[in-house]
Ligand binder design. Structure first.
Ligand code: ADP
Ligand code: XUL
Length: 516
């Protein structure tokens, strides 16, 4: 059996597969807000950060890992798991003192992970992908490389606030002592993998590309970017590696506590989006995936690394080899939740029936769907901006917010030049038929959903099986199955309305950005 683990923004989940029977044996999840309320992070991050700072407590991730395995051990015989692979929310970073390597290798199974590893954090909290606080550092790194084009051609993205390099740069400037006492910097993905293996495991190519530090040409840390970012940075990072090659075995803590085999191999973990590319059966060019998790993302495998002329898009490593292009929207599920809560309704108000009732108003009322800072496009909007031609009833506000999210996605994904003949939809909000229908209508493409909604954890499990000798393409054919029922077809009578709305949305966006 093979286990895939995904440490995301709001939850950590695991999925165990048996490739010989083509079945999912177990699927378990721990929600940070609901299951660990003592951390005061209802959506997985510490609320109230100043100046765009968004941090999470890595001890919460460790408690969640213990809880996840204790639940999983009740459902499956973990001694049969031969390889573990995994993924993490991208860009977030964990800072560790020299005590980490020693402590993580000899953890006491009678105690918890967080209690034993707390003292090894050289920075108590971790900046995550939602953090937009490093504009000054992005400008410094860009200037030191001689311009955005140079940063982008080396790393696959212009300098981006949430990316790990600018975050490290800020830490080294604001807390030089804390930075100096940091021996190892991990991503969320490589941190969790290292805890499992009882030693530091490398960052993988897929997730490493989200740092503004890795050169895409040779998949190694880029000397110039390292130098522009922080002193002695090379020594704090292990050389990047492939997520398909195991680099360690399960540490005694997990074998004693949860019954894993000491021979169970651990692969370097990748990012949640690269893992999702695998779990959506989309590692070959030609498939487009939209993921509606905490962030909304739009991504596709690319035959060659192609960069966004506007600087919002990114090139990450494709776990199957080559590259993927991605754009990320900060105002995804949390913006939908904000409107839901503001109107005092539940998700049924976003259902297909509720949205069909307002279809005559498709494209008529515009909303820039941003409850604060957005990353695509990069601007702090403060609150949603609306331009309604009808009275703004709750039902029309919901339709308009969703249309705004997907018009913005359509507008900002055009540079990829991928044909959206069919869209593969995943993430927590993809369950919602109404939201899925608006995606189909705005993109004028059929939407397909898969049996397994947690595509990152499934992708990780498939990577584990591939690392264990199975063929990745055959695994995808077996496990990436369409959900029962027909595809969600677009209402083609709305095509013209959305072409007009797209142009109007683009104008409103530009006017707002330039006026603010
Ligand atoms: P992540 O992996 O980023 O932690 P998930 O992919 O698990 O996130 O998605 C979680 C989000 O899914 C929640 O924030 C919630 O708003 C959204 N969600 C869950 N169910 C629904 C639903 N029925 N309709 C709309 N959104 C939903
Ligand atoms: C991608 C991004 C998010 C996180 C969290 O660039 O920032 O999608 O990976 O899911």
């Amino acid at each position: 059996m093979f286990l895939g683990l995904d440490s995301s923004t709001q939850s950590i989940s695991a999925l165990i597969i048996d490739p010989t029977t083509g079945t999912v044996i177990a699927d378990e999840s721990v929600n940070f807000g609901d299951d660990l309320p003592q951390y005061g992070a209802p959506s997985g991050f510490i609320p109230g950060g100043k100046g765009g700072e968004v941090h999470s407590d890595p001890l919460m991730w460790l408690d969640a890992l213990d809880l996840l395995f204790s639940k999983l051990a009740e459902k499956a015989d973990l001694s049969s798991v031969s390889v573990i692979a995994g993924s993490g929310q991208q860009h977030g970073s964990v800072y560790l003192s020299p005590g980490f390597e020693e402590t993580v290798g000899k953890l006491d199974a009678t105690q918890g992970l967080s209690a034993q590893l707390a003292a090894t954090l050289s920075r108590p909290t971790s900046p995550i992908w939602m953090d937009t606080s490093t504009a000054a550092e992005c400008a410094e790194i860009t200037a030191s490389l001689g311009g955005s084009a140079e940063v982008c051609s080396r790393s696959g993205s212009v300098a981006i606030e949430r990316f790990t390099g600018p975050q490290i740069c800020k830490f080294s400037k604001t807390d030089p002592e804390g930075y100096a006492s940091t021996q190892r910097i991990h991503l969320v993905s490589s941190f969790i993998a290292s805890v499992l293996a009882g030693k530091s495991l490398p960052i993988d190519y897929g997730d490493g590309a989200g740092m503004n530090l890795m050169n895409l040409k040779d998949l190694a840390w880029d000397e110039k970017l390292l130098q522009a970012t922080a002193p002695d940075l090379a020594a704090k990072l292990l050389p990047p590696s492939s997520c398909l090659v195991p680099q360690g075995t399960m540490s005694a803590y997990f074998t004693e506590k949860y019954g894993f085999s000491p021979d169970c191999k651990i692969c370097p973990f990748t990012g949640d989006n690269p893992a999702s590319l695998v779990g959506m059966g989309a590692t070959s060019p030609g498939q487009v995936v939209i993921s509606l998790g905490t962030s909304d993302t739009f991504f596709a495998a690319m035959p060659e690394a192609k960069t966004d002329p506007n600087g919002y898009g990114h090139v990450f490593g494709n776990p199957a080899g080559g590259f993927m292009s991605l754009i990320c929207f900060l105002n995804g599920s949390l913006a939908r939740e904000a409107l839901r809560d503001e109107l005092g309704v539940d998700w049924t108000a976003f259902d297909k029936d509720a949205l069909t009732a307002t279809s005559a108003s498709a494209g008529k009322n515009l909303t820039l769907p941003f409850y604060g800072a957005e990353i695509t496009p990069r601007h702090d909007f403060g609150k949603p901006v609306t331009s309604f031609s009808e009275e703004a009833s709750p039902a029309l506000r919901i339709r308009s917010l969703l249309e705004g999210q997907f018009l913005n996605m359509r507008l900002n994904s055009a540079w990829m030049g991928v044909t959206t003949d069919r869209i593969r939809l995943t993430g927590g909000a993809s369950n919602n038929d109404g939201i899925a229908q608006v995606v189909a209508d705005v993109f004028q493409a059929p939407v397909e959903r898969f049996e397994v909604v947690n595509s990152a954890a499934l992708g990780a499990a498939l990577v584990a099986a591939a690392a264990g000798g199975h063929d990745l393409v055959s695994l995808q054919e077996i496990f990436c199955k369409s959900a029962p029922g027909p595809l969600i077809e677009p209402d083609t009578s709305l095509a013209g309305k959305y072409t007009t709305a797209l142009a109007d949305f683009g104008k409103l966006l530009q006017q707002t950005i330039h006026a603010q």
